[in-house]
Write a protein that binds this ligand. Structure first.
Ligand code: ANZ
Length: 823
């Protein structure tokens, strides 16, 4: 492991120049040749698993947003190695799916070729940034050795009854020529590319994620994740507690041979006495039988219009309410009063039972509808003062027979009791989460591991029959009529089932790109295993992922899907933890210099290659961490890169110049500054506050210039402290001061609490010339903070009533306020 390469530091007469280009190339070569970051799958050391959301290898290459999160995990990985952890820090490619395929179509090249080319470019770029990945564990979801196991997991899902085919209304994107999952449709447009999405009935493979709704919700509580992401998942799962209530259809609308009743779902069973009409979704199966002949034409016309609208457009609160009367009536379960049955698009077939009881006095949408259609409004809760709006608050119930006087909770409980006793309904929990639409009419994805027979039956393949390799196709463009391109792979498509001898065809749809990313963190722990998707013992050691960093856009897509698969694997005994990702951090978006989101059309995209070329990888890394807190959105500033680059040059000029390094014991002054810095940097890295860790290092370098020389030990500790952030510089300084092995596994410096303690000073606080208090503070605190602390000081605040016309801090001595007292 020893390096005999000479340091490329250029020493002129008395000038030391930081030749970052050579230094960075030298260490990248060293790490690669020595496999410095190869991780042992098993170790007696404690483990730390730091994971990046792996990129899809686009044609554009990395943008500066990628290295932001990647630098953060790299800092943590490098730091944890030095703290004695066995660190797993892998990288791979999310290379199947729409983005890769769209790019291939745009360039007219086969996705297999473009994917390989793009991966090569991404690899070059990532390596140029000095990330400490174990490249021996690289994976790509479009490699057959990988997707064999994606197919294997599908087999497990199928055998557990969690995969089924269904003819349903799906989100069809005419532009992308494929079906999309609900999670992939944002405001009626495709998540990829923003193309319009329409509803279409198609036979699709579905995954029963709804079976896991409760577990997915419950286990969120224990995760160290940003609260907004947890909230987004909670809302997406959308648990509602209420009741199912059965309504009979009035005798005159009875049809022989049908069940003359229907169920509704409500979160407000307490308002049952306020129900004045019923609404069925326009797609409700009962409609055909109950709708009167006179109303039929109107109903059919309305149903057609609804088909063109998506759920979001239909349920928008502000939209004008529309609907049609069916001519039929239902009976109120308690009073037996006749309630007209309407259809309206604001009731969705996909939620609850596709039918509601309308309570216009206490529900906004019902209120608007009732006003529009001139339907009866009955108040059942005291408190509606505005006659032009629904009252949605709580209060004493009125006009409600046996629940009069009760509040919402008590009234609901009593009503549910009545419903159960009278066989009219029961308590019911509902989820907004829908099953996951899992087929895509596209070429570039995992084929399904199954055979379909002429009689419509399906045989899921056995382990030894995997993988089902994606056939090579010259023409891979989707047809646009809903048929997948694999339909053209005739030889591949038609087979004789070796097990039954029957004629069979393969499934022509492929899996969505989320399939591969659902479990890649598991493959990284054992990527070359040919017998199993991963080794069980290795899984026990490495899981869960300790730190996962990535973008917020995955909140209800990848992060929900991966949790779902993980939970299934847990229930089947294939993994040992209930959750895959213990801690999640979302890096904030990096905006262009104009403060806008970076985009090619705006021309404000910063290319990391250029930054590395001009300032070096360490400068790019350091700058991205210095821009502000990791989670915050922040604009790119050219000056900022120059600023941190100057700091690295300054560091090198000091610690790289033998004139500044002595061999004696370190001075008390420097020891104090050094230990304070170790303490601050350690604490900041532990809490991922990288920007303030960098500030602390800057302060320390200023100190060094002030005292003119430091000991070798101090220089080496500085090399270690900066190494997670600027690893090339760290290694270089470490080597210059006599070490012949990488510092990657050296012991992280510890600090002496006594020396690291802040020196406190006492500052006087005066208001209008009178002493009103004192502050005991750290001498280094900046003036703004001191003034704020002075303002908050007990005993001072009361003298500051009025307008503060002047506030001055004379450093380390006094804070002066001049206050104008108002008459
Ligand atoms: C009567 C009622 C009275 C309601 C009241 C609300 C307030 P969440 O919280 O979203 O679960 N609803 C039920 N099924 C529906 C469907 N398929 N399409 C559209 N709306 C539907 O909301 C549940 C409430 O949304 C239910 O409770 C029902 O209206 C409506 F003062 O029933 B409620």
């Amino acid at each position: 492991m020893s390096s005999d390469q000479k340091s490329p530091c250029i020493e002129g007469q008395n000038e030391v120049v930081y030749d970052f280009k050579n230094i960075e190339a030298k260490w990248q070569k060293y790490w690669e040749e020595n496999k410095t970051f190869r991780t042992d799958t098993f170790s007696s050391k404690p483990k730390y698993y730091a994971l990046d959301m792996f990129p899809f290898p686009s044609g554009e290459g990395l943008h500066v947003g990628h290295p932001e999160g990647y630098t953060a995990t790299d800092i943590m990985s490098r730091y944890k190695r030095m703290k004695g952890f066995n660190v797993l820090h892998p990288m791979g490619w999310d290379s199947f799916g729409l983005p890769a395929e769209n790019y291939a179509m745009k360039t007219g090249t086969h996705p297999d070729l473009t994917t390989k080319k793009n991966i090569a470019n991404f690899t070059r770029q990532l390596k140029s940034l000095g990330f400490s990945y174990d490249w021996d564990r690289e994976i790509a979801t479009s490699n057959v050795d990988y997707y064999k196991w994606t197919q294997w997991i599908f087999v497990q899902l199928y055998n557990k009854g969690l995969a089924y085919e269904d003819e349903i209304n799906v989100n069809w994107c005419p532009h992308l020529k494929t079906v999309l999952a609900n999670e992939e449709v944002i405001d009626g447009k495709s998540e990829v590319g923003g193309h319009p999405v329409v509803q279409k009935k198609m036979k699709q493979w579905m995954l029963k994620i709804t079976d896991y709704a409760e577990k997915l919700l419950e286990d969120l509580d224990d995760l160290d994740w940003p609260t907004n992401i947890k909230e987004m998942q909670r809302n997406w799962i959308g648990k509602s507690v209420g009741a199912k209530i059965t309504f009979d259809i009035a005798a005159e609308n009875h049809l022989i041979g049908t069940k003359n009743q229907f169920d509704i779902f409500t979160t407000r069973p307490d308002t049952l006495f306020g129900a004045t009409y019923m609404v069925l979704s326009p797609e409700h199966p009962l409609l055909n039988s109950i709708c009167t002949p006179e109303q039929k034409p109107e109903i059919e016309k309305y149903q057609k219009i609804c088909l063109s609208k998506n759920d979001l457009e239909r349920t928008e609160l502000s939209k004008e309410k529309t609907g049609v009367f069916t001519g039929a009536y239902a009976l109120h379960p308690v009073t037996q009063k006749k309630l007209p049955i309407w259809i309206a698009d604001y009731v969705l077939m996909s939620y609850g039972t596709g039918a509601i009881m309308a309570v216009p006095a206490h529900d906004e949408r019902d209120f608007e509808f009732a006003q529009q259609m001139k339907l009866e409004i009955i108040d059942v809760i005291e408190g509606r003062t505005d006659t032009n709006a629904a009252f949605t608050g709580d209060g004493a119930h009125i006009n409600s027979d046996f629940i009069n006087g009760l509040d919402r909770d008590a009234a609901s409980a009593k009503m549910i009791e009545w419903l159960v006793q009278n066989n009219r309904g029961e308590k019911k929990v509902n989820y907004k989460l829908r099953d996951w639409i899992f087929s895509r009419q596209r070429y570039w994805g995992e084929p399904f591991p199954l055979l379909k027979f002429e009689d419509g039956s399906v045989r899921i393949l056995q382990d030894h029959e995997l993988p089902v390799a994606l056939p090579e196709l010259e023409k891979f463009e989707p047809s646009g009529n809903g048929e997948s391109p694999l339909y053209n792979a005739t030889e591949w498509l038609h087979v004789i089932d070796p097990l039954t001898g029957k004629k069979a065809t393969r499934e022509t749809n492929t899996m969505p790109n989320w399939a591969g990313s659902c479990w890649y963190y598991l493959r990284f722990i054992d990527p070359k295993n040919t017998q199993n998707p991963w080794d069980k013992e290795a899984e026990k050691y490495w899981l869960p992922v300790d730190l996962y960093v990535g973008g917020v856009e995955h909140a209800v897509l990848h992060l929900l899907y991966a949790r779902f698969w993980h939970k299934v694997l847990y229930d089947l005994g294939f993994v040992s933890t209930k959750e895959p990702f213990k801690k999640l951090v979302n890096q904030g978006l990096i905006l262009g210099t104009d403060g806008e989101k970076m985009s090619k059309s705006r021309g404000n995209v910063v290319n990391p290659d250029h930054v590395v070329g001009e300032f070096g990888a360490d400068s790019l890394r350091l700058y991205e961490m210095f821009m502000g807190p990791l989670e915050k959105v922040k604009p790119w500033k050219e000056d900022g890169v120059r600023g941190v680059s100057n700091f690295l040059h300054r560091s090198y000029r000091f610690f790289g110049d033998p004139k500044n390094i002595h061999r004696e014991n370190e001075s008390q002054d420097t020891l104090k500054a050094l230990h304070k810095t170790i303490k601050k940097v350690t604490d900041d890295i532990e809490h991922m506050r990288f920007n303030t860790a960098i500030s602390a290092l800057m302060i320390f370098v200023n100190h060094c210039y002030k005292v003119k020389s430091v000991s070798v030990d101090t220089a080496k500790i500085y090399a270690q402290l900066i190494s997670p952030l600027a690893p090339h510089l760290g290694e270089e300084l470490w080597q210059m001061h006599g070490e012949n092995q990488s510092l990657a596994y050296s012991t992280w410096p510890s600090f002496n609490e006594e020396w690291a303690r802040d020196d406190l000073i006492t500052v006087a606080i005066q208001v209008n010339g009178k002493l009103r208090g004192t502050l005991n503070i750290d001498a280094e605190i900046d003036s703004e903070q001191v003034i704020q602390m002075a303002k908050n000081e007990e005993g001072v605040t009361k003298y500051l009533q009025g307008t503060i016309v002047k506030e001055i801090y004379v450093p380390k001595k006094i804070v002066n306020f001049v206050v104008k007292i108002e008459e």
